[in-house]
Design a protein around this ligand. Structure first.
Ligand SMILES: [Zn+2]
Ligand SMILES: [Zn+2]
Length: 155
């Protein structure tokens, strides 16, 4: 997304549009896939010595759930995007692409979970427990066993 500085009107200009999802450069990422363009709705204004750009930017993604490993859809959005670009001699345009991409990616969850009550996978058989119980016998609580073992050592 590029803003031509000379075209920003004195009272500021609004920029709405989208950049293709390719700007995320996430091809080949097994856990994260943009499913639509990066959408922006920004307002740029020339202030003393610079350009202030603020607004919102977001994109839709398919993310792999960290618990059950299934993909789910989400929309990552920075609704408080604000950047200050100093005006430099001879600089006629601002390329916001990297900043917009970074702002959206920072809104993605560090540990994506498809829903709060996701039951994840059975650690023993690997079955997705959201589809129902797997039939593995309930695991004995390990801590209790350790204490029992200590009891046995008592003389
Ligand atoms: Zn899940
Ligand atoms: Zn199981």
């Amino acid at each position: 997304m590029i803003i031509e500085i000379s075209k920003i009107s004195p009272e500021g200009s609004r920029y709405t549009g989208e950049d293709p999802a390719e700007v995320f450069e996430l091809e080949g990422n097994p856990d994260l896939c943009p499913t639509g363009p990066i959408r922006y709705d920004l307002f740029a204004a020339i202030v003393s010595g610079g350009v202030v750009v603020r607004g919102r930017v977001g994109a839709a993604f398919d993310l792999r759930c960290g618990r059950c490993a299934e993909f789910f859809s989400t929309f990552a959005e920075d609704s408080d995007f604000i950047r200050d670009y100093p005006l430099r001699e001879g600089c006629q345009e601002l390329d916001l692409t990297d900043d917009l991409r970074e702002a959206v990616l920072l809104r993605l969850p560090v540990y994506p979970v498809c829903r709060g009550e996701c039951r994840g996978l059975c650690p023993r058989c690997g079955r997705n427990l959201n589809d129902g119980p797997c039939g593995c016998p309930p695991e004995p609580p390990a801590a209790t066993d350790a204490w029992k073992a200590l009891d046995g050592l008592k003389i």
